[in-house]
Ligand binder design. Structure first.
Ligand SMILES: Cc1cc2nc3c(=O)[nH]c(=O)nc-3n(C[C@H](O)[C@H](O)[C@H](O)COP(=O)(O)OP(=O)(O)OC[C@H]3O[C@@H](n4cnc5c(N)ncnc54)[C@H](O)[C@@H]3O)c2cc1C
Length: 322
């Protein structure tokens, strides 16, 4: 969690607000970037939609894409940088071929169960602190060489899966494999912002992830069967079947992503970006967000994403001083 003085803190308040008055910072709100402008394969600016119409911004030095792991690959593809087959099918002229863009989508996917407490009244004002107020990183199987599962405790109950927190005493307990090996993809289906992307998540599609889900469920069972849960937890919305197939189905139908997508412009020898986060096949174009992480960190992704931003700042300054 990002917390300051007991309240949730945002990256904008922590970093942007203090820099906003610098002469080299300009914040444009209500502005959606449609595509990157290229001269050959050199990025020279961006074209964006604002309430007044379409505007373009030119870059003196370079363009840095940080639209997040779901949007950055789409922006690159709309701009002609991506897998030639994806670009051709979407009707986008190719600027630079880069087959890694939009693949390797990884995400934490797990299950959360609602347990209702008989002796604890419901309360209010928990959300200002964040949702999961207790987290654990554990070994799904005690003989494992390293922790492999994340467990989250949320101090409230959400009755339906799309519902709001209820004023009944209880806790939601969720768990998920923290280094999933399942990979999916996200790609454009047309040249414009109005064309919906095609997202193929492939959650829990590898043996590794499915086995960890089953082992994580056994640990969850142990925890809610222990005190202080055991004597007050009166119900839990458990799956109909607790074998591997039943648990995977339950997670896909009733579970949730933990909102940690990464990997779609991954760093690596054959990745979308090189070790300076420059987009392969192009010039003066970098990606600096969660999409450059090749695999999931063993935890949540906000702080690692801010670290990517911080390191990119250093890389840019290195280039400026050289
Ligand atoms: C509901 C929710 C809860 C979360 N809770 C936690 C948590 O408790 N702890 C934790 O560690 N992580 C949490 N995360 C994950 C964390 O927020 C992300 O990993 C992190 O924000 C990723 O940073 P990013 O810079 O890659 O992308 P983002 O933070 O998504 O930033 C991308 C920005 O680009 C903008 N954008 C996208 N496309 C365009 C475009 N075409 N033109 C202009 N702008 C564009 C978006 O509006 C957005 O502001 C949560 C995520 C969600 C969704």
């Amino acid at each position: 969690m990002s917390v300051a003085d007991g309240r949730r803190m945002s990256a904008a308040r922590a970093y942007l607000h203090e820099a906003i008055d610098r002469p080299n910072v300009r914040l444009v709100l209500h502005c959606e970037v449609r595509r990157i402008i290229f001269d050959g394969a050199t990025a020279t600016g961006v074209e964006a939609v604002v309430p007044e119409g379409v505007v373009s911004f030119s870059a003196r030095r370079e363009v840095i894409v940080c639209a997040g792991a779901l949007e950055s690959p789409l922006l690159l593809e709309r701009s002609g940088v991506g897998d030639p087959r994806v670009l051709a099918a979407a009707g986008v002229p190719m600027v630079a071929g880069n087959r890694a863009i939009g693949g390797n989508l990884r995400q934490h996917r797990g299950i959360a169960f609602m347990t209702q407490f008989s002796e604890v009244p419901g309360g209010s004002a928990v959300l200002p602190f964040g949702t999961a107020t207790v987290a654990a990183v554990l070994k799904s199987d005690l003989s494992a060489s390293a922790p492999d599962t994340d467990l989250l405790f949320y101090p409230f109950v959400v009755p339906g899966h799309d519902g709001a927190p209820a004023r009944i005493g209880g806790a939601a307990v969720g768990f998920y494999p923290h280094s999933p090996t399942s990979t999916g993809s996200i790609h454009i289906t047309g040249p414009g912002l109005e064309h919906a992307p095609r997202l193929v998540p492939n959650y829990l599609s590898t043996d590794h992830d499915r086995k960890l889900l089953v082992a994580g469920f056994a640990r969850f069972r142990e925890i809610v069967a222990a005190e202080p849960f055991a004597s007050i937890a009166s119900s839990a919305d458990l799956p109909k079947s607790e074998d591997e197939e039943g648990l995977v189905r339950h997670s896909l139908e009733h579970g949730a992503v933990i909102n940690h997508p990464i990997g779609t412009c991954a760093l690596g020898p054959s990745g979308a970006v090189d070790d300076q986060l420059r987009v392969r096949g192009t010039d003066r174009l970098r990606v600096a967000d969660a999409s450059v992480m090749p695999t999931l960190p063993s935890g949540n992704t906000a702080a690692p994403s801010m670290a990517v931003g911080w390191i990119t700042g250093d890389l840019i300054l290195d280039g400026v001083s050289r």
